[in-house]
Design a protein around this ligand. Structure first.
Ligand code: URA
Ligand code: CA
Length: 432
C-alpha cells in the first residue's frame, strides 16, 4: 500500500477501507508516513468527509495506536461522561459522587490540561491532601468498594490522536466533524469506557458555536460509539453563558458541594440530573430516565450523595471536613464586587470572555508550565434573564491582588444589560 494512493482516493471522494485507514494511522504513529502526507490526508478528509464506517474505523485505529486501559477488574458497566468543554463546567465534580451513590461505578482517569480553569484534578486538589497518584490496584479496589475514584493519566493513550491533533492545529483542519468526533471518541474508548454520555456544548463559550454544528457532532459521536459496541448518547447543552455561578478551582469545589447538598445553581443542578440519569440508565441501575432521576434526587435529599463525596475525598487523602466547612478551601485575599452601571435585565454574559477573565486572575493555564492559583476566580450573582438595579453587584472577583482594573474592563465588555431578555434554554436536545 502506498500513502499517496490513499490520499488520491480520499481526494477524489471515495471511501477508505478499514485496512487503508489502519495503514495510515499506524504508519503515521510510527513516523513512517511524514507530516506532509498526513496533512494532505487531513485536508482531503476535511473537504470530502468520511462515511460513518470510516469514522468508526478511524476511531478504532487511533484507539489501537497506543495503550488501552483495561477496566475489566471493575464490576459493573463503566459509564464515562465527556464534555466538549466550557466555562465553569462543574458537572464532573458533582456527577462522580452522585451517580456512584446509586451504584454506577465511576473509574475516572483525568488530566490537567490547559484552559480557563484547571481540570477536574486541579479542582479536587484544592481540598488539602487530595491526590490522584494512586496505584492501579488501589484504584480498582476503591472503585469496587466505594464506586468512585480518580487516577492521574498514565500510559501512552492514543498517540496517533496527539500527533494528528497537533498537525491539524497548524494546517487548518481542526474543524472537521469526522476528525473531531473520532479524536474525542478514541480517547474515551482507550480509557476503558463501556458506555459513554456526551455533553456537547453550544454557544459562545463552546467549541461548536451553533446548535446545528453541535447536533452534527453529537450524531457523529453517538454513531461511532454504537458502531464499535459502546452504548453512547449525547445531550446538547447551552454554553453561551457560564454554567452555574462559580468559575475557578476551589470556588467550583464549593459550588459542587452546594449542589450535592441540594442548593446549587438551578442550571448546574438540572444539567447534572439530566446527564446523571442517562449514566444511571446506561449503567443498568434504573429502567427509565424518570426512575433514574428520582433516585438521584433521593440521594441528594437524604445526604447519601454528600456522604459519598466525603468518602471519596478521604479515600484519596483529602480532608473530608471541607464538605461541612467549605471555608477551609483556599480563599483569595481580595474579594471585589463588579457593580452594574445601569438598571435593566442581563441579556448577555459571554462565556469565553468570562473564562479569559478568570484566566487573567490566574485560575487557568495558558501553557503547560504555568502554575495555577486554586483560590481565585469569579462568582456570578446574576445570570442572563435576571433583573439588575444600577449598583447591584453582578459578580464577585476573587483575586490575589488588589489591582483588578484589566479584569474589570474585560468583564464589563462581556456582560450586557438591556431592557429585557429571556433566560436561555439549557438543554436543546438529546441524541441516542
Ligand atoms: N477536542 C478533541 O479532543 N479533539 C478534537 O479534534 C477537537 C476537540
Ligand atoms: Ca460553575
Amino acid at each position: 500500500m502506498r500513502m499517496v494512493d490513499l490520499i488520491m482516493k480520499k481526494r477524489d471522494g471515495r471511501a477508505l477501507s478499514e485496512e487503508e485507514i489502519q495503514f495510515f494511522i499506524e504508519g503515521y504513529t510510527k513516523g513512517e508516513i511524514p507530516d506532509y502526507q498526513a496533512s494532505a490526508m487531513a485536508m482531503a478528509i476535511y473537504f470530502q468527509d468520511m462515511t460513518d464506517q470510516e469514522r468508526a474505523d478511524l476511531t478504532m485505529a487511533m484507539v489501537h495506536s497506543g495503550d488501552t486501559i483495561d477496566l475489566s477488574a471493575i464490576e459493573g458497566v463503566k459509564v464515562d461522561k465527556h464534555s466538549t468543554g466550557g466555562v465553569g463546567d462543574t458537572t464532573t465534580l458533582v456527577l462522580a459522587p452522585l451517580v456512584a451513590s446509586v451504584g454506577v461505578p465511576v473509574a475516572k482517569m483525568s488530566g490537567r490540561g490547559l484552559g480557563h480553569t484547571g481540570g477536574t484534578i486541579d479542582k479536587l486538589e484544592s481540598v488539602a491532601g487530595f491526590h490522584v497518584e494512586i496505584s492501579n490496584d488501589e484504584f480498582v479496589k476503591l472503585v469496587n468498594r466505594d464506586k468512585v475514584a480518580v487516577i492521574g493519566q498514565s500510559g501512552n493513550l492514543t498517540p496517533a490522536d496527539k500527533k494528528l491533533y497537533a498537525l491539524r492545529d497548524v494546517t487548518g483542519t481542526v474543524d472537521s466533524i469526522s476528525l473531531i468526533a473520532s479524536s474525542i471518541m478514541s480517547k474515551k474508548i482507550a480509557a476503558g469506557a463501556d458506555a459513554i454520555v456526551l455533553d456537547v456544548k453550544t454557544g459562545a463559550g463552546a467549541f461548536m458555536k451553533t446548535q446545528e454544528e453541535a447536533k452534527e457532532l453529537a450524531h457523529a459521536m453517538v454513531k461511532i460509539g454504537n458502531r464499535v459496541g459502546r452504548q453512547t448518547m449525547a445531550v446538547i447543552s447551552d454554553m453561551s453563558q457560564p454554567l452555574g455561578y462559580a468559575v475557578g478551582n476551589a470556588l467550583e469545589v464549593k459550588e459542587a458541594i452546594d449542589t450535592l447538598k441540594g442548593h446549587g445553581p438551578a442550571d448546574l443542578t438540572e444539567l447534572v440530573l439530566t446527564l446523571g440519569s442517562q449514566m444511571v440508565v446506561l449503567g443498568g441501575k434504573a429502567a427509565s430516565l424518570t426512575e433514574a432521576r428520582e433516585n438521584l434526587q433521593e440521594v441528594i435529599a437524604n445526604g447519601q450523595a454528600l456522604e459519598k463525596f466525603r468518602q471519596f475525598l478521604k479515600n484519596q487523602g483529602g480532608d473530608p471536613s471541607v464538605v461541612d466547612r467549605p471555608e477551609k478551601l483556599p480563599e483569595a485575599p481580595f474579594k471585589i464586587q463588579l457593580p452594574a452601571k445601569k438598571n435593566g435585565v442581563v441579556s448577555e454574559i459571554i462565556a469565553n470572555e468570562i473564562g479569559v477573565a478568570a484566566m487573567l486572575l490566574g485560575a487557568g493555564r495558558a501553557s503547560k508550565e504555568d502554575k495555577i492559583d486554586l483560590s481565585v476566580g469569579l462568582v456570578l450573582h446574576k445570570k442572563v434573564g435576571d433583573k439588575v438595579m444600577q449598583g447591584d453587584s453582578l459578580l464577585t472577583i476573587h483575586s490575589s491582588s488588589e489591582d483588578v482594573e484589566e479584569v474589570m474592563a474585560k468583564l464589563y465588555q462581556s456582560i450586557t444589560i438591556s431592557d429585557n431578555a429571556e433566560k436561555p434554554t439549557l438543554i436543546y436536545d438529546s441524541v441516542t
